[in-house]
Design a protein. Sequence first.
Lengths: 82, 269
Amino acid sequence: MTRKEVFDEVLNIIGPFAVNKEALEGANEQTNILTGLKVNSARLVDIILDFEDKFEIEIDDDAADEIQTLGDAVDKILEIKG
Amino acid sequence: MNVTRQVGRLTYIRLGTQSFLSRLVLPLFYPAYILLLRYALAYRIPELREVRRGIREELGRDKRPLLICPNHLTMIDSVILMWAISPWWRAFWDARFFPWNTPEKRNYTHIPVLRFVTYLSKCVSVVRQAPKDQTAKFLAKLRTLLLNGQSLMIFPEGTRSRDGRVDTKNFAYGAGKLVDDLKRLGAQPRVLCVYLRGLRQNTYSTIPRKGETFYLDYQVLEPESSHRGLRAQREISRQIVHTLAEMEQAFFTGAHRLKRHVQGLRLQQ
């Protein structure tokens, strides 16, 4: 998968959880998931698990904690997928 | 580090000191709470003795880590529940019946008298969406307390139920994380799910109405998950919240064991 494809898929997964729909439309790799998209922190766990299911990877707790922005999520997914 | 001590020596001593002082002032604080609840606010819990005995029998003498997970409708739920689950003298002798609480720091620490009262009421403040290291230290404190025979009251929904019903969709996973962490440490935690509701309580509020009569139901759970990590935390949290939702369903459909009693109370009102 290319970086662009992963980014688009990440956006698709996060979309339903984002409260700030305006920020979602103009989102880029620097957009913060919690403060920018206003995703509830408890839902971040659901998002990580959706990443695992969609990309068939396993993200451990420490790696999950490092994900702050959409770019972090893409980096982590690509890193784990190898 | 000792498994039962998940924090540094200084924090461990501080928690022990807070626990000791809280217990020391309990014979003063508890009656003050009761005066407020029973007489100033005229609250009633029918079958209080039966409820307390039932909970005591369910828990037995087992000193495994205990999380008390209630539904959440008002800001004083934890005080009402403390009254509901135990008389002061039992709370004094058995730490499981005098649970720790985790109020949001921003709600009270700017008021000195509240800071004083909450300190002596076994409260450890939580900061929502705190930095990772701060959250880790906070969770380590809770694990330490639970591994040392203390109990913890934590609202699994994470906030008061905005529509007055247990939120089975947007709940937090903190309770599940704690249970999962404790299991990984080799402990076998139990969860006392408690459903508390004023009969005139339609939605969430700051405090229940004056003269309110409360319905209370409970169930002891030993949550299990075949998963690990985040998935286990979610599954365990889901089990807890769904147990509360089932008790709520029983309340509204009248399918609970106190059916006749509650109907009687409604008729009286």
